[in-house]
Design a protein around this ligand. Structure first.
Ligand SMILES: [Zn+2]
Length: 82
């Protein structure tokens, strides 16, 4: 039986990805990301990051769950990881 997750949960369904851990990607973080990722986030009106696993994903409703990669992930290391 797959677990079910409440709305706003981390798209990767990580063990600590509750909705209160999903933070909007701010300007200061945006400029540290690769150009292609930054362009995609800007084009789609913003992104969120799971502060638990580091997953960055598009926050627009139509792209909800659009996974881009990881930023400063505890598992994948510091910086950006696809
Ligand atoms: Zn997560």
């Amino acid at each position: 039986m797959p677990r079910t997750y409440p709305p706003g949960y981390c798209p990767d369904r990580c063990s600590g990805g509750r909705s209160d851990r999903q933070m909007t990607v701010q300007e200061g973080m945006l400029y540290q990301l690769p150009d292609t990722v930054r362009a995609e986030i800007t084009a789609h009106g913003g992104a969120k990051r799971c502060t638990y696993c580091g997953l960055v994903y598009l926050s627009a409703p139509l792209q909800m769950g659009g996974r881009l990669g990881f930023w400063n992930s505890g598992v994948r290391g510091q910086g950006w990881a696809d």
